[in-house]
Design a binder for this molecule. Structure first.
Ligand code: GTP
Ligand code: MG
Length: 306
């Protein structure tokens, strides 16, 4: 069956857990410290985000204060929980009452099971920066095991996240990857392009969030030991755009660069504005000629991706 092109994404979790913070960083060009001035969300903050593949995400950032949560579960139950494509549930690692958070989560899962039983569920154990590094893994694993046990028929996909590092980009890139329709087609074209220009790695970024939505690498590229490079990339570029907008006075959301290039002794790399909704990053072995023809070929190939 064809995937629906409008996807409802529910962002839930208790008040102060960090939902609006992550939404603002991923979709509204905030950097981490900007989130300190966010106020509590009143009821539901709706936004729609246009993505590649004609996908529109309808993001429901649901204020997490008790009164709102009760309201979603009772009066607004059907309205909130029907037609959900994805539930993203945020747990605050610093929460003083995890048992209570679990109870609320259970109620949400029950409502989702009732109205959107085929929805995907992602759980983000968030604010990991507040836990001392040597305890992170244990605490995270404990929490995830408990959350899983309260998930009924859903099989939630867990991530450890923080707005203070690139972990947030990893989680959201995977969520988005699951939502974009026709990605296999895009992935196929990306592979053909990569082989033709003899690249080591080709990445496709969504324009506004700078999340990696698709990637291809050669056998050599696959040997790259830096396994978190995609999300590092997203993080670096987002911060770069922030900084340049401060110099040029451009509104943050409008800041767009058209080309970034690096020519180093052992590799070269360029990032270009590609289609309406994407940027393309290409990593190549060194060499001026190879670089120029690769760039030319990328420009020629771009309408295959529109
Ligand atoms: P409601 O709208 O009331 O449901 O809350 P919310 O979940 O939207 O919380 P919000 O995003 O407003 O964040 C509350 C506070 O948490 C802000 O001051 C953020 O700066 C902080 N915060 C968010 N994410 C993180 C994180 O990863 N680490 C740390 N240390 N603080 C965070
Ligand atoms: Mg909020």
């Amino acid at each position: 069956p064809r995937k629906q092109k409008k996807k409802k994404v529910l962002l839930m979790g208790k008040s102060g857990s960090g939902k609006s913070s992550m939404r603002s960083i991923i979709f509204s060009n905030y950097v981490a410290k900007d989130t300190r001035r966010l106020g509590a969300t009143i009821d539901v903050d709706l936004s729609s985000v246009k993505f590649l593949g004609n996908l529109t995400l309808n993001l429901w950032d649901c204020g997490g204060q008790d009164a709102f949560m009760e309201n979603y579960l009772s009066q607004q139950r059907q309205h909130v929980f029907s037609n959900v494509g994805v539930l993203i549930y945020v747990f605050d690692i610093e929460s003083r009452d995890f048992d209570r958070d679990l109870l609320t989560y259970r109620s949400i899962i029950a409502a989702l099971g009732q109205f959107s039983p085929t929805s995907s569920v992602y759980i983000l154990v968030h604010k990991m920066d507040l836990v001392v590094p040597n305890q992170r893994e244990d605490i995270y694993n404990d929490r995830v095991a408990l959350i899983r046990s309260k998930s009924d028929a859903f099989a939630p996909i867990p991530f450890a996240t923080s707005i203070w590092d690139q972990s947030l980009y990893k989680a959201w890139a995977e969520i988005i990857h699951d939502l974009v329709p026709n990605l296999d087609q895009i992935e196929k074209h990306l592979g053909e392009l990569g082989e033709m220009i003899e690249a080591e790695e080709v990445l496709l970024f969504e324009r506004s969030s700078f999340l990696v939505v698709s990637s291809w690498c050669s056998a050599i590229g696959a040997m790259n030991p830096t396994s978190d490079r995609f999300e590092r990339f997203s993080n670096i570029i987002k911060n770069f755009k922030q900084t340049t907008s401060r110099y040029t006075g451009t509104p943050k959301s409008a800041e767009q660069f058209s080309l970034l290039e690096m020519k180093l002794p052992n590799f070269s790399l360029f990032i270009v504005k590609f289609t309406t909704n994407t940027y393309l990053s290409v990593c190549l072995p060194p060499g001026e000629e190879r670089f120029n023809s690769a760039m030319e070929n990328c420009y020629i190939a771009r309408n295959k991706f529109e």
